[in-house]
Design a protein around this ligand. Structure first.
Ligand code: FES
Length: 139
């Protein structure tokens, strides 16, 4: 093998190594940010009202994906899919601002699920729920 051939071979090896390293570093981050699916997610989820104080949010698994219940400061309850409508990351509740923030591309949603800023094209998906007997049942 001449020098040019060795250089080319070395370049290919280094490129493959760099790609494998980048994939190994990115995989845990993607797993953390992507919606979870699979066993253990119920079609109905019941949460005691006392676990949701005013201004707080409670995240849970619903129908194979992340969902969130919030109780606004005026006492109103709302339930949404916690999956961002941009590229599917899981939103976070910003208690001090009373809005959702998507950590991936800084998409922001109001407590009504409406887009406040960033790239999300649509509001958060609302989930049906009922409140009875001190419990909130989603689904
Ligand atoms: S995935 Fe939420 S803003 Fe991009």
């Amino acid at each position: 093998m001449d020098n040019e051939g060795r250089r080319r071979f070395l370049g290919i090896c280094l490129g493959a190594l760099a790609t494998a390293g980048a994939a190994a570093a990115a995989w845990p981050v993607l797993r953390f940010l992507s919606p979870r699916a699979g066993a253990g997610s119920a079609a109905k989820v019941t949460i005691p009202e006392k676990e949701l104080p005013e201004g707080e949010a409670k995240f849970f698994e619903f129908a194979g994906a992340s969902a969130v219940l919030i109780r606004k400061r005026d006492g109103e309850v709302a339930a949404y899919s916690a999956v961002c409508t941009h590229l599917g990351c899981i939103v976070q509740w910003q208690k001090d601002r009373q809005e959702f923030l998507c950590p991936c591309h800084a998409g922001r949603f109001s407590s009504a699920g409406e887009v406040l800023g960033g790239p999300p094209p649509k509001p958060l998906v609302r989930l049906p729920f009922t409140v009875a007997g001190g419990n909130i049942t989603v689904g």
